[in-house]
Design a binder for this molecule. Sequence first.
Ligand SMILES: NC(=O)C[C@H](N)C(=O)O
Length: 465
Amino acid sequence: MSFKSAISRLEKLPLIQKQYNAFTHLNPNCKELLIKDVSSSPKKSLTNLLYGIKDNIATSDMPTSCGSKVLHNYQSPFDATIVELLESAGAISVGKTNLDEFGMGSGGLFSHFGPTKNPLFPFQDTVVGGSSSGSAAAVAADAVDFSIGTDTGGSVRLPAAYTSLFGFKPSYGRISRFGVIAYAQSMDTVGIFSKNVSIIKSVFDVLDKHDKKDPTSLSENLRGKLRQLSSPQSSYKIGIPQELLQDNMPLELQDGFLLALEKLEANGHEIYGVSIPQMVNSLPIYYTLAPAEAASNLARFDGLRYGYRDDVADSRDDTLFAPTRSAFGDEVKSRIVLGNYNLCSESFNNHYIKAQRLRVDLINEFDNTFTHPNILTGFPGNQNGVDFLISFSSINLPPAMSDYDSDCTSNPTNSYVNDVFTTPMSLAGLPAINVPVMASNPIGIQLVGQYGDDSRLLDLAAELL
Ligand SMILES: NC(=O)C[C@H](N)C(=O)O
């Protein structure tokens, strides 16, 4: 990307914002920053690259709202570690990207700043996918070269599938989350969107660092062990989990899946059927654990230290939420109620503990499916296993906003079903990427790597272009 085209893109930003509502805040200083950066020497690895960053990541130069009325004017006093890393590599942030409130949603419709629209369908109001809705839209509309999102249960991969982008969720622990506002921190992962997988690789190179400010960041020692495991090969064994093969998939998605398999075989890889039985329970496990973690995390937005403060006397009749907390949107409120229910003593064993046990079973089954040892669980690896997995990324093509809206209003859990292909990898902390297999058509295929095998996963994804 040249300096000149970066400048001309900046000029188009207000129009793009008006069309798609991809941003919650635009950076008023990005032109000056670009000029300053281009004149600095030596050139840095991300010089001239423009990016957007999801508005649940702390920035000291712009507000951090989490797409919520509760934090709509919150100004962080510090930058997230990843913001510092991107800045020191020369990338220029054009703004904070829109999202489903606190990352809760799959459509990009649940934001205090209004819904984000899908740039692939400029003349119809079409769902862009969530929760990193604005991050996907900003790249799809060519406003930026890459964007940063977060993926807890599919929030990078699903919007990437709906907008025909690469959307990469690295292994849990590789990218620092210091300054990322927690939703469900046993799964929250920073992810990267781009049209170009080599840009994702360069950005990942910059962000893939140990951070002593994040207790879940992988140590240098473990990173070293991972490097030893991941030597590139010309031929891989790739498994199709039978539990993720669904009947009645749209024909376009079936065609895309077959095309991906053909390309992989033509490149010398071998395709196998595999079985990971606990995958069928991933959605209920995820939607038991994620709300429970969210209910604890969101307790801090009490209007005292953080959060919206309603100084008007309590005139509302809201028996579940105090005035300050009634500013949360409906989806967030329902997850807080659900999460607290799962954590209360009467249901703790039946729900929360049971889901944790099933999660361990799922991780063990993944371990047993893969060839590599898992440095986190200590599993030695299975010689007869596979190196990667492949599945669909989404159950459908991006729906019209009106259909999605009425579907979710009639039954809010309908939107949860959209995460059926993405939550298993989130529960196991595995690296996964949406690959757009048909240029400019929203047909996405998910490739999944073994724990820590991020670099080889990105190389394999590049083969599917
Ligand atoms: N945050 C995510 O990864 C999205 C997921 N649909 C959720 O609402 O939890």
